[in-house]
Design a protein around this ligand. Structure first.
Ligand SMILES: *[C@@H]1O[C@H](CO)[C@@H](O)[C@H](O)[C@H]1NC(C)=O
Ligand SMILES: *[C@@H]1O[C@H](CO)[C@@H](O)[C@H](O)[C@H]1NC(C)=O
Ligand SMILES: *[C@@H]1O[C@H](CO)[C@@H](O)[C@H](O)[C@H]1NC(C)=O
Ligand SMILES: *[C@@H]1O[C@H](CO)[C@@H](O)[C@H](O)[C@H]1NC(C)=O
Ligand SMILES: *[C@@H]1O[C@H](CO)[C@@H](O)[C@H](O)[C@H]1NC(C)=O
Ligand SMILES: *[C@@H]1O[C@H](CO)[C@@H](O)[C@H](O)[C@H]1NC(C)=O
Ligand SMILES: *[C@@H]1O[C@H](CO)[C@@H](O)[C@H](O)[C@H]1NC(C)=O
Ligand SMILES: *[C@@H]1O[C@H](CO)[C@@H](O)[C@H](O)[C@H]1NC(C)=O
Length: 881
């Protein structure tokens, strides 16, 4: 599956601009999958820290020990598989499967009750915007913030994946393309956009319909469709929280070089049918069995125990997976309640009998999607070419059985990866929408499953703007009926499926007086521009007031109606979006927690490094070679250090200064290295002969430094004479030329390196003067030689860099001269031409026929460039430096 996609991407990608990366997220109720694409790492699934292909949707928030209960910053977040086990131990801290609560209020009873049933023990509180927040250890987290934490963690992981692929990369995720169910309304979509404002670094978020994502992936994967034949497919997507059927037509034009068109044709869904419901069903089976076997436990007692319920839910979820492939699943729950361990089993038959009443629900979305096609489409089931299965829950045998019964076996397409088709599609849509790369062209015609309308405060009727089935994105305008009076202000209410969600207040005070005095004979009307964005958000974009004049109507279009743009301000009704200051606060909070978590992670990692380094060092100290031939004082120092630091590690905690750990790691490392080097130097004589030789070599190096200075000086003097006509101040220009960044960075410590090296030479001179040599002084002599070798290597490297840097600087001067020289020549020629022209004009008066003057101009001027240039070439310069 991924192989095919990869091939497609490689074959069609051309970087078109920004170097930033796009992240595609399939945001599911139970699981999240993500793919990152950047110029460096064309397409890659973002694996979890445990190398899994899907993430758990949600997180745990734990209070750090020793902090106050309601300190919003003293918390640690846990993601990934660890969350699963925390759910049963700390149900009140574990916030899973938040998707169905986005953009909802606590009043939304069906969603909230179901959620609490599945996630017992959580403390849900209303925000002042009528949305939901969770109170965890006395701190309230708006839902948007929790989802942002989830998304942020994935972005961070995607960013470090990019860095892993190419450590020099500057790429990072700044665009996110995320799946949304088509049934998500305005509040839900807005909530996701708020999530993107809270997370760090997201410049743009694209909401892409789940069904369209899967259809796009299907088309890109299948690639070949019969030219000129309109095909119809149904995407049947049963996830954890909901089941959706989306109908698409796919058309490959006769000319197969023309792009394929995918068009959304029909839709139906069930917002509560899905894997989570089946888990609850199995949970009820387990619960019934438990209560039948333990008559002393009352039902309400069990229901009031969140940990017990969480354990049953977890066991049920496991059993559901087992029952997809087996006819029976055994259940083992330790200490379910009152220390009772419960063992039982559930058979597939029991499960299927339990859900018998809801079997019809399984195919209903397919049936409804066919029945409620947009516009005039009337494709019947026999015209449908295939049903594409997507979503993990389509693996449940009874679901497949029902579908096969309804649409026949041949039409069920199982060749699409049910788990990853949405994420593969959403990244392709993201790339397209963000215009980040060139991709295989594809015509995507998306349609709204909802109807959008408006109502004016002066009227009682709704007016439809974009009806169900409208193509989006789109803009349109509506003209109101004319009216004779202008109010100070009026409102425009926006509706989605006849449900009010936002009100625009229009300030018409500016036209009230002016239009009255302008005598709008036919009154005024308002021109309202509406938009349905690519995120499927309905809004008023502009309102203007038109002064209607009867004369205009009579006397044709010569004089235009005047119109004035009015100020508008909007406010969501019922459920409101986060305000900018609130968004900023949450953004900062998530950022701070991220920083803290990251710091803790780093700290733990460094503690682990220190610990393992200390054990390594301890092993090294027991090495025979070291025991016998090692440098005695250093060995003693290291073993003391190991002892003290291992003690110290015992007490290290999250309060430990990270710098302290790092410097201990460094100390251990240096000492270990020294001991190893000492052994490596065992063949060195370390006698006066050797040190005399070193002194000589050292002085040679210092001379080489001097010589280089002189060489540069020599060239500069030569240039001064040679370039006297072109460069006013050669030395000044030379000073202005710069070393490349990597050289100037290395040279920033040039003086230090030189001083250290000179110090090392003085040390050797003193040593030779006092003639302090001998086996017993070996450790000290080793240190002196080690210092010398180290400083020499550093200085040599820097000298090498300075040479190549100065070479290119001198070449810069040479090039500058050439540029100036040519420019002077051009000026001279221009002058010459001008003089000749004046001359020829004078001649023209006496001898008017000269038609060959262009030839004259082309005659090559004797170019003296090479003559006046000092005779050196790049390679000569290089040799001399
Ligand atoms: C809700 O409360 C926050 C402070 O917690 C405040 O900044 C915000 O303006 C309030 N919003 C509304 C709609 O009252
Ligand atoms: C489906 O439509 C085709 C024509 O488009 C028609 O021949 C056929 O009878 C229809 N089948 C059903 C079951 O309605
Ligand atoms: C845009 O919407 C208007 C009003 O619904 C409709 O008349 C028009 O055809 C639409 N344009 C496109 C390109 O779909
Ligand atoms: C204009 O007025 C007519 C009749 O009063 C009404 O039916 C219609 O909906 C109005 N149109 C608009 C755009 O307000
Ligand atoms: C209404 O406003 C839109 C711009 O927002 C403009 O394109 C359109 O022509 C206007 N319609 C009328 C009738 O003035
Ligand atoms: C030369 O003289 C002729 C006729 O007097 C005139 O048309 C032409 O423009 C002149 N050419 C130049 C180059 O001045
Ligand atoms: C240039 O001069 C030659 C002879 O002197 C003549 O044959 C030719 O036609 C002239 N060309 C033009 C473009 O005046
Ligand atoms: C024009 O130039 C050509 C060569 O460039 C030369 O052969 C010819 O004699 C010239 N004619 C005149 C009229 O100068």
């Amino acid at each position: 599956m991924r192989g095919v996609l990869k091939l497609l991407l490689f074959a069609t990608f051309i970087i078109t601009g920004s170097l930033a990366a796009v992240l595609g997220i399939d945001y599911g109720q139970q699981n999240i999958k993500a793919i990152v694409v950047s110029p460096q790492a064309p397409v890659e699934l973002v694996l979890t820290p445990e190398a899994k292909r899907k993430e758990i949707s949600g997180l745990s928030i734990k209070r750090l020990p020793g902090f106050k209960k309601n300190d919003p910053n003293a918390v640690e977040r846990v993601y990934g598989s660890a969350v699963g086990s925390l759910a049963t131990r700390f149900p009140q801290n574990t916030l899973l499967h938040l998707k169905p609560l986005l953009g909802k209020s606590l009043e939304d009873e069906s969603s909230v009750t179901l959620y609490l049933k599945e996630h017992p023990g959580l403390d849900m509180v209303p925000t002042n915007r009528s949305t939901i927040a969770f109170a965890v250890d006395g701190v309230e987290y708006p839902l948007e913030e929790l989802v942002a934490m989830n998304v942020q963690e994935i972005i961070n992981r995607a960013d470090s994946l990019l860095k892993d692929r190419d450590p020099r990369t500057e790429d990072f995720v700044d665009k996110v393309s995320i799946t949304v169910p088509d049934f998500f309304g305005q509040h839900q979509r807005n909530a996701l956009l708020d999530v993107s404002s809270i997370a760090t670094g997201i410049k743009e978020m694209y909401l892409v319909s789940e069904g369209m994502s899967i259809a796009v992936n299907f088309v890109l994967k299948q690639r070949h469709f019969p030219p000129g034949e309109l095909q119809h497919y149904i995407v049947y997507d049963m996830g954890s929280g909901s089941t959706k059927a989306s109908m698409f037509s796919i058309l490959q034009p006769e000319d197969i070089n023309e792009p394929i068109t995918i068009e959304f044709e029909g839709y139906a869904y069930n917002p509560h049918l899905g894997g989570a419901k089946f888990t609850m069903d199995i949970g009820s089976l387990i619960e019934n069995k438990f209560l039948e076997n333990h008559l002393t436990i009352r039902t309400d007692e069990l229901h009031a125990n969140p940990k017990a319920l969480a354990k049953i839910n977890q066991a049920a979820d496991k059993a559901k997976l087992i029952l997809s492939a087996n006819s029976e699943a055994s259940i083992n729950i330790e200490s379910l309640i009152s220390d009772i361990d419960f063992h039982t089993s559930v058979t597939r038959q029991e499960f299927e009998e339990f859900i018998e009443d809801s079997l019809l629900e399984i195919v209903k979305p397919v049936n409804d999607a066919l029945a409620e096609q947009f516009g005039n489409y009337k494709t019947n089931l026999s015209d449908v070419n295939g049903v594409i299965l997507a979503g993990g829950s389509t693996r449940i045998p009874i679901v497949q059985e029902q579908l096969v019964k309804f649409v026949s076996e041949e039409k069920i397409l199982r060749n699409v990866n049910a788990d990853e088709s949405a994420v593969n599609g959403v990244i392709m849509r993201g790339i397209k929408l963000s215009d980040s790369f060139k991709t295989k062209p594809l015509n995507v015609i998306d349609r709204s499953v909802n109807t959008y309308s408006y109502k004016l405060s002066s009227e009682s009727d709704l007016h439809d703007v974009f009806i169900k089935g409208s193509v989006y994105p789109n803009n349109t305008f509506a003209l109101t009926n004319s009216s004779d009076s202008i109010p100070e202000s009026f409102t425009i209410d926006l509706f989605e499926n006849e449900k009010l969600f936002e009100t625009y207040k229009v300030n018409s005070a500016v036209v009230k007086n002016s239009y009255a005095s302008e005598k709008c004979h036919a009154g005024v009307a308002y021109n309202i521009t509406f938009g349905l964005s690519s995120d499927r958000l309905f809004s008023v974009q502009e309102v203007s007031c038109i002064c209607l004049n009867e004369n205009d109507v009579d006397e044709s279009k010569q004089t235009r109606n005047r119109n004035t743009r009015l100020n508008i301000a909007s406010k969501e009704t019922e459920i409101q979006r986060l305000s900018t200051p609130e968004l900023l606060n949450l953004h900062n909070h998530v950022k701070l927690l991220d920083k803290q978590d990251n710091k803790r992670f780093q700290l733990q990692e460094n503690l682990n490094i220190l610990e393992s380094d200390l054990y390594d060092a301890r092993n090294l100290l027991m090495d025979d070679e070291i025991v016998q031939n090692g440098p005695k004082s250093q060995v003693e120092k290291l073993s003391e250090m190991v002892r003290v630091y291992l003690d110290w590690l015992e007490d290290a905690s999250f309060d430990t200064d990270p710098q302290d750990i790092i410097s201990r790691i460094r100390e251990i490392g240096i000492l270990k290295k020294k001991i190893e080097l000492y052994l490596e130097y065992s063949k060195e004589p370390l006698n006066s002969e050797q040190f005399k030789g070193m002194l000589e070599e050292g002085n040679e190096l210092l001379q080489a430094v001097e010589k280089h200075k002189n060489t540069v000086e020599g060239f500069l003097s030569e240039f001064e004479t040679a370039y006297i006509d072109t460069i006013e101040n050669v030395r000044e220009e030379f000073k202005k030329t710069k070393y490349p960044a990597y050289i100037s960075k290395a040279l920033s410590t040039w003086e230090e390196a030189l001083t250290s090296f000179k110090g090392s030479i003085i040390e050797i001179e003193a040593l030779l003067a006092k003639n302090l040599f001998g086996e017993d002084l070996r450790e000290r002599l080793f240190e002196i030689k080690l210092r010398f070798d180290t400083y020499r290597a550093s200085l040599e490297e820097k000298l090498h860099l300075i040479k190549s840097g100065d070479e290119s600087r001198l070449n810069e001067i040479k090039k500058l001269h050439l540029r100036k020289f040519r420019s002077q020549k051009r000026k001279e020629e221009k002058l010459k031409r001008k003089l000749e022209q004046e001359k020829s004009e004078r001649n023209n008066q006496t001898e008017p026929v000269i038609n060959n003057s262009t030839n004259k101009e082309d005659t090559p001027v004797n170019d003296k460039t090479t003559e006046s240039n000092p005779s050196f070439k790049n390679d000569i310069l290089h040799d001399e430096l």
